[in-house]
Design a protein around this ligand. Structure first.
Ligand code: ZN
Length: 255
């Protein structure tokens, strides 16, 4: 009986010791200051919001950065990187209430594009700017720091890699990354959405579209690429692709 109690005491002490030593997974200890002036200058989406909505954006951004760990793999992570990642996460879900990314624990930041073996410099086959982790990397989002920054340096070119990857995460929530985000689409809209995607992919393939040809890869890529366009150039999308604009607005909300 006595040895058992001693063992129990040791076990309890060990649990206490390791809990105190290591912070809980998913709880981020770094606090990133959120500076409205910085956001106005660097995040066009934020700068176009009214005062109340800017506050909402800041709250969502702060909640995201508290919940999701951001780790630099071969590069340090600055406050700028953290704010840009957070902004890319919040832009697509800004109009949803109480939204979290349940399928995301950690963002892994690489200095530049990576190849299929997650290698950066010195490898010629690096063509991945961002990627939703699968298998052992489930719950992670991989991002090139260079692509992250480019996405926000040029905010009118219809490209933003980080937003693209967060849209894949939203798409994936129903179990499949297939371009059909069932959580955002009411049943009657599923078939019209699939038909519209086919029509638009066809137009791109025939060279009759200003949508990035990467969208012809498959429906998941079409959805992510069209969403980049929607968040960066909503007016232009509404003008050139009114049906696509209306469907995306139905899914993501906003004016
Ligand atoms: Zn993609």
């Amino acid at each position: 009986m006595i040895p058992f109690l001693i063992l129990l005491a040791i076990a309890l002490f060990a649990v206490y010791f390791f809990t105190a030593m290591y912070p809980k997974k998913g709880v981020v200890t770094t606090v990133t200051p959120i500076d409205p002036a910085w956001l106005i200058e660097h995040v066009l989406f934020y700068s176009e919001l009214d005062a109340d909505n800017r506050k909402r954006f800041e709250q969502k951004l702060s909640a995201f950065l508290t919940k999701v760990r951001i780790t630099g793999v071969d590069t340090p992570v600055s406050d700028t990187d953290r704010l840009l990642i957070g902004a890319a996460a919040i832009i697509p879900i800004f109009h949803f209430d109480n939204w979290e990314y349940p399928n995301l624990r950690e963002v892994l930041l690489y200095s530049d594009s990576i190849n299929m073996d997650f290698e950066t410099k010195g490898h010629a086959d690096r063509n991945i700017l961002g990627m939703v982790g699968t298998g052992p990397l489930e719950g992670s989002l991989l991002l090139s720091k260079h692509a992250l920054q480019q996405g926000f340096l040029n905010q009118t070119d219809k490209n933003n890699t980080a937003i693209h990857e967060f849209v894949h995460l939203i798409d994936k929530l129903d179990g499949e990354t297939d371009g059909i985000p069932e959580l955002l689409l009411n049943k009657p809209f599923v078939l019209p959405w699939i038909n519209l995607m086919h029509e638009k992919i066809q137009q791109i393939a025939e060279g009759e579209s200003d949508i990035n040809p990467y969208a012809t890869m498959n429906k998941a890529e079409f959805f992510a690429v069209a969403s980049e366009y929607f968040f960066e150039r909503p007016d232009l999308l509404a003008e050139k692709h009114p049906k696509l604009y209306a469907m995306l607005k139905g899914m993501f909300g906003g004016d």
